[in-house]
Design a protein around this ligand. Structure first.
Ligand code: IVH
Length: 702
């Protein structure tokens, strides 16, 4: 859309009004079409679990609509999907912070892996008489339910494990979920506690819903899990209610006051006594052999159940042992999922295609005749890399075995050799591409590496992908640059390097000629671009797409060096000295900064006004999680100064020694606290040792 010049006479004014009215009409039509399209995609995603477009395409539709509504506020309606969040990304529901993280589980496939897991437990606990509880692993959705004074007060999804969505009204529609519980005799109810479990849709309910839909001529739901997920995340709880979801409680979460159990089996029995549905198939075993036999048995019998399971969860029964074993990363050491083998199906491999990524790496993938496997329609599957294609020896035209488990990307397992007979002429052996499928530049390959690369740093796909990455939420977070817009800007020659991004405002007139880019849209884009210049250094580092530099590494580098200049002039040794950075990453960063093209890019970004430093007041961190007490009079600093220092480095200053105190820094005097710390067995160190400890953690060398 272009703006009309100021009218010179009445006739001109009329013409312009007509033109404006036509523009508004066109915008209204487009907005209406977008709304319908978005709603349809929501329906496919949530209700049918059959999305037909990817997230970025979906986002582009929503963005286009939002842009139109910003440009023509009169078009915005309260029913617009931009107002009423469909919940597709986790918006629309209030956020619930889980008091204790909701963990995931490590996997084992088969007896040998289970035994290896067990051996580690034996080593760590120095015990060989560990009891386990085995439960079917329900293929549904994890939820956390909070009860206060016996009343169900809040229910949330798992979300990212730290934060989920508040879906209390939806959970209230589940009949088997107790709304109120009362204490059993001899076992008082904690004032507040949390119960974790899995919400699922039974196979019978799934069949009933689909029969209903078939009758109404509607498209069928794909699988019970996705239908359950879609049903739970409805903003309208009456829809949830119509889906008849079910629940199994499988864990007692936190409890205020005394825990009503010392083992998992007791906790589950206690929950059952309160009226929570618990799985009747759960069993306690005192030997790992029995555990393995139980797991193997269910792989055979899973189809007989009225709900879908994708494995068996094996948990150490004793809470004390659970505590001792603890958690690594996001997985407890005390539990593991015995996963059933992935579901497989046979289909025709139409073609082996090659995609080009941001770094130029070429990835082969299989274009398949669509097939239903592992609860989804699959028409593409990964082939990982070219060595893998060779090892599998799959040919275009082959019948191939495809497998898919849970949310993982479908894989090609291999060809069905028996079905080649008589069809040899239809089969085409895969030939390594010698040229990039997009820009036709020669393909490069490092000896000993499985990856092949497009050798052209200016390959349009690489630039478009880099642009997508640079503008993405985790990097510079520049709204308005979805997959398609990035590709378009590169295709039309507006962007040939990341730095061209900041030159876009200078090309306003040319950009206005592009469909979908109106004045208001550009205003918004340019405002976001401008704002991105103020992002801290670590985001810039993420955006540059340096090999091996993800969020954590970028943060570590930015915090350590503080400025781009300092990082650029760092030696390999300097880089390796950064906490959490190993030789491979250090080398990758070092090499990146040796490349003249990269330096030129940085030069242009800096000239465009991009910020190149980090907010180091948040640097602290080295005392994160520590509670330190300072007592007595110190030599180098006043007590107050030390306390300020501790806080500025992320530590907490305690008032009086307790079991939670990490250590006490004691100077002359300070008798009372010193004695108390001593009695509690809390470590006491002097000022010099404290400074030494700070140095060890990297203080002072920044
Ligand atoms: S225990 C630390 N028990 O599996 C313990 N999880 O991969 C974590 N699940 O998010 C969960 N049935 O959604 C546990 N009987 C069961 C389960 C179960 C299904 C799911 C749950 C969790 C995922 C872990």
């Amino acid at each position: 859309m272009t703006t009309s010049p100021a009218p010179r006479n009445r006739r001109g004014l009329r013409t312009q009004l007509r033109a404006d009215a036509a523009a508004i009409e066109a915008a209204r039509e487009r907005a209406e079409a977008l709304r319908l399209e978005i709603l349809e995609h929501d329906r496919r995603y949530y209700e049918q679990a059959q999305p037909t477009i990817g997230d970025s395409q979906y986002d582009a539709l929503v963005r286009e609509l939002r842009d139109l509504e910003t440009a023509y506020p009169e078009l915005a309606t309260p029913e617009s999907p931009t107002q009423r969040v469909s919940g597709r990304p986790a918006e629309g529901f209030a956020v619930v912070e889980h008091r204790e993280p909701m963990l995931s589980l490590g996997n084992v496939f088969g007896r040998d892996e289970l035994m290896a897991w067990y051996q580690r437990l034996v080593r760590l606990t120095e015990r060989d008489n560990i009891a386990f509880v085995c439960e079917p692993k329900i293929d549904g959705l994890a939820i956390a339910l909070v009860y206060r004074d016996g009343q169900f007060v809040q229910g949330a999804t798992r979300g990212d494990g730290q934060r989920g969505e508040n879906i209390t009204p939806n959970l209230e529609t589940i009949r088997s979920l107790p709304k109120r519980v009362t204490a059993a005799k001899g076992s008082p109810l904690p004032a507040a506690f949390e119960v974790r479990g899995e919400v699922y849709l039974s196979k019978a309910e799934f069949a009933r819903l689909n029969a209903q839909r078939a009758e109404a001529g509607e498209q069928l739901y794909m699988n019970p899990r996705n239908t359950a997920a879609g049903s739970l995340r409805q903003l309208d709880a009456s829809i949830t209610a119509s889906r008849h979801l079910d629940l199994f409680a499988y864990q007692l979460g936190w409890a205020d006051g005394d825990r009503p159990a010392t083992t998992h089996a007791e906790a589950i029995a206690w929950l059952g006594g309160l009226g929570f549905p618990t799985n009747p198939l759960a069993r306690r075993f005192e030997s790992i052999e029995e555990v393995a036999t139980f797991c193997e048995g269910w792989a055979e019998k899973r189809d007989a159940l009225d709900y879908e399971i994708d494995g068996v969860v094996v948990k150490v029964d004793d809470f004390g042992l659970q505590r001792d074993l603890g958690v690594v990363g996001r997985e407890p050491r005390w539990a593991v999922a015995w996963k059933f083998p992935a579901e497989q199906a046979v289909t025709r491999l139409r073609e082996i295609q090659v995609s080009v990524g941001r770094t130029g790496v070429l990835t082969p993938f299989a274009a398949l005749e669509p097939v239903f496997v592992g609860g989804a329609n699959v028409s593409m599957a990964t082939l990982h890399n070219f060595d893998h294609v060779r090892t599998l020896d799959v040919r275009e035209g082959d019948d191939v075995i495809v497998q898919r488990a849970g949310d993982v990307i479908p894989q090609v397992v291999g060809p069905v050799l028996a079905s080649r007979a008589g069809r040899e002429a239809e089969l085409r052996e895969f030939v390594m591409p010698e040229a990039c499928p997009v820009c036709h530049a020669p393909v490069e390959h490092d000896e000993g590496e499985a990856a092949y690369y497009c050798s052209n740093p200016d390959c349009p796909v690489r630039i478009a992908r880099s642009l997508e990455h640079y503008t993405s939420r985790g990097a510079l977070d520049i709204e308005g640059f979805g997959e398609e817009r990035c590709a378009m800007l590169v295709r039309l020659g507006f962007v040939q390097s990341l730095a061209d991004l900041y030159a876009l405002p200078g090309q306003r007139e040319a950009l206005l000629a592009i469909e979908g880019l109106g004045e208001k849209t550009l205003d918004a884009l340019f405002a976001h671009l401008e704002a991105s210049k103020r992002q801290p250094l670590h985001r810039l580092l993420i955006g540059l797409g340096i090999r091996h530099v993800g969020t954590e590494t970028a943060r570590a580098l930015a915090m350590h060096f503080g400025t781009l200049d300092a990082l650029r002039s760092a030696t390999l040794d300097d880089l390796q000295a950064v906490d959490g950075i190993g030789p491979v990453v250090a080398q990758a960063v070092f090499t990146w900064f040796q490349d003249q093209r990269h330096l030129a890019l940085l030069g242009r970004l800096v000239a465009a006004g991009v910020r190149t430093d980090e907010d180091v007041s948040a640097r602290g961190g080295i005392l994160d999680g520590l509670t330190i007490i300072v007592t007595g009079s110190l030599g180098r600093w006043s007590r107050n100064e030390v306390e300020q220092l501790i806080k500025s480095l992320g530590g907490k200053v305690g008032a009086s020694p307790s079991k939670k105190t990490s250590f006490v820094v004691a100077g002359e005097g300070g008798g009372g606290k010193r004695e108390k710390a001593d009695a509690l067995g809390v470590e006491i160190i002097d000022e010099a040792a404290f400074i030494e400890r700070l140095r060890e953690r990297g203080w002072g060398d920044r």
